[in-house]
Design a binder for this molecule. Structure first.
Ligand SMILES: [Fe+2]
Length: 301
């Protein structure tokens, strides 16, 4: 759901402008002042699903506008993710005092904090992968709850790297075959860790399979095609795409259009063609919104 689409939905327009207003205040003040209460109140009027759709559309509108300013973009995306959680909690009227909710909400934060202490690069990659995974999930037509779940799996996909030895995790050159065997255990380790957290057990199968390849040439189980969970196939594309467009100590980032060309070349082999196709949709939608927002220039024809 895009902002223009939502705006055609007449009775939601006022709510949407309020949300955009509150998001701008929350971003400026770095605190989600009144956002949860707003979400709870609106959910009683239009339903929690509509509130989450509004949040997705408003976040996209803000991040698409801000993408013109690349220095602040990634931080903004992470902040919007945090605000989306506040809205989701308010819209579903979950009390933060409920110990079960507390556990479910805090577990990913605790695991990510551990990952951040272990390796900052993997931690920031996890957050960015979650953003791309959510975009892809929306582009392939998943609903808000499914999109949120895919984002969570994207966030935690590499959590198993806490067990990868430092000499391998931070190695500046290519890995030896023996080192690759150790490195490749991280996706299974991610699954093993999440299997032990009751509220995240659903993610275990997904993260275990995020390095499976569509043609069966991946790891750890050599799954292929539809035997690979669809969420894993989404995370796989998000993971690879974000890795390619990010700087690493041993190589520079490549341009998004070059990364998309590599994905195209690997579709049906490494990646699910449907998910690779969806990334074009993500960019087409961003371009369309940018074009709509482009100010009219006096000198233009
Ligand atoms: Fe991985």
């Amino acid at each position: 759901v895009t902002l223009p689409e939502l705006l055609e939905w007449e009775n939601i327009e006022t709510s949407l402008w309020h949300l955009l207003d509150k998001l701008c205040v929350a971003l400026r003040k770095s605190t989600p002042y009144g956002l949860g209460t707003w979400a709870e109140r609106e959910a009683t009027k239009v339903g929690s699903a509509a509130v989450m759709h509004m949040m997705v559309a408003a976040s996209r509108a803000i991040s698409d506008t801000a993408s013109r300013y690349p220095h602040d973009f990634r931080r903004l995306e992470v902040e919007l993710e945090g605000l989306a959680k506040v809205v989701e909690r308010g819209a579903t009227m979950e009390s933060p005092l409920d110990p079960r909710v507390e556990e479910r909400d805090r577990s990913p934060d605790v695991l990510l904090a551990m990952l951040a202490e272990r390796d900052a690069v993997t931690h920031s990659h996890a957050k960015a992968t979650a953003v791309w995974a959510r975009r892809l999930a929306a582009a392939v037509g998943l609903n808000a709850a499914e999109e949120s779940f895919v984002g969570l799996c994207g966030l935690l996909h590499d959590i198993g790297k806490v067990s990868t030895p430092e000499a391998i995790l931070s190695k500046r050159g290519p890995l030896t075959p023996e080192e690759w065997i150790v490195m490749k255990d991280h996706s299974a380790a991610s699954g093993r860790i999440l299997e032990r957290v009751p509220s995240l057990r659903r993610c275990a199968e997904v993260v275990r399979a995020h390095h499976e390849a569509y043609d069966g040439g991946g790891y750890p189980d050599g799954l292929s095609g539809d035997d690979i969970p669809f969420e894993s196939r989404i995370v796989a594309v998000a993971d690879s795409f974000n890795a390619m467009i990010s700087d690493r100590p041993y190589r520079a980032a490549i341009l998004p259009r070059d990364a998309m060309r590599i994905l195209e070349e690997g579709k049906g082999k490494k990646w699910d063609p449907r998910v690779v196709g969806a990334i074009h949709g993500v960019f087409a939608q961003r371009d369309a919104i940018k074009a709509q927002n482009k100010p009219r220039l006096v000198g233009s024809a």
